[in-house]
Design a protein around this ligand. Structure first.
Ligand code: GAR
Length: 218
């Protein structure tokens, strides 16, 4: 379907390492996704995601949240910076800030997030340890549309990994992140091919409303 849709523009927001960003950069450069990244924006100057952007020739923008008096002011600046780039899609890739409802509403239906848990389980932080502590047998990651409810928007895709006995959360996190690097570019590809939309607060793929746990084969 890629050949029927125009190239899409993406802005990626990061706070840290940016391994998900790298997976997206790589799939774009291999022409698996018909898009370009207009900018990478970070709220942390030390975010390695900014280095990854520069290495790929993508504008890297640092907007320091500490220089704004309130969350609203920061989000207003972030929103105006994004608006200038007129992206089709905003991708949160390890952007570790809670966004105001006004910001989220402004980009409703065109903002995706990846979260390291099988939502609706373990919204928020420290998800790997919480899954271990709960003696869960499986854990994973979810890609979802962003809505004002924190980590609460409709899920597009989940990927599961088993939890082995006594497993260290660091090792579990690494296995979850391996899955993330596969699944996030795939969902972004669907969006860029105009196959994926958010309609009435539900994720819709190829005109099918997705189940609560997102796309499933079969
Ligand atoms: C990823 O595991 C992502 O799921 C998580 O941060 C990590 C970023 O890694 N996001 C959240 O926890 C958001 N609530 P990366 O910077 O290497 O892509």
């Amino acid at each position: 379907m890629t050949e029927h849709t125009s190239q899409k523009s993406i802005v990626v927001l990061v706070s840290g390492n940016g391994s998900n960003l790298q997976a997206i950069i790589d799939d774009i450069s291999q022409q698996k996704i018909n898009a370009r990244i207009s900018a990478v924006i970070a709220n942390q100057e030390s975010a390695f995601g900014l280095v990854r952007a520069k290495n790929a020739g993508i504008p890297a923008i640092f907007i320091d949240h500490k220089s704004f008096a309130s969350r609203e002011e920061y989000d207003a600046k972030l929103a105006s910076c994004i608006e200038e780039l007129s992206p089709n899609l905003i991708v949160l890739a390890g952007f570790m800030r809670i966004l105001t409802p006004a910001f989220v509403e402004r980009f409703s239906g065109r903002m995706l997030n990846i979260h390291p848990s099988l939502l609706p389980k373990y919204k928020g932080l420290n998800t790997h340890q919480r899954a271990i502590d709960a003696n869960d047998k499986e854990h994973g990651a979810s890609v979802h549309f962003v809505t004002p409810e924190l980590d609460g928007g409709p899920v597009v895709l989940q990927s599961k990994v088993p939890i082995f006995d006594q497993q260290e959360s660091k090792e579990l996190a690494e296995r979850v992140q391996q899955q993330e690097r596969q699944m996030y570019p795939l969902v972004i590809k669907w969006f860029c091919e105009e196959r994926l939309k958010m309609i009435d607060n539900k994720a819709v793929l190829d005109n099918q409303v997705l189940a609560e746990e997102g796309y499933a084969i079969g």
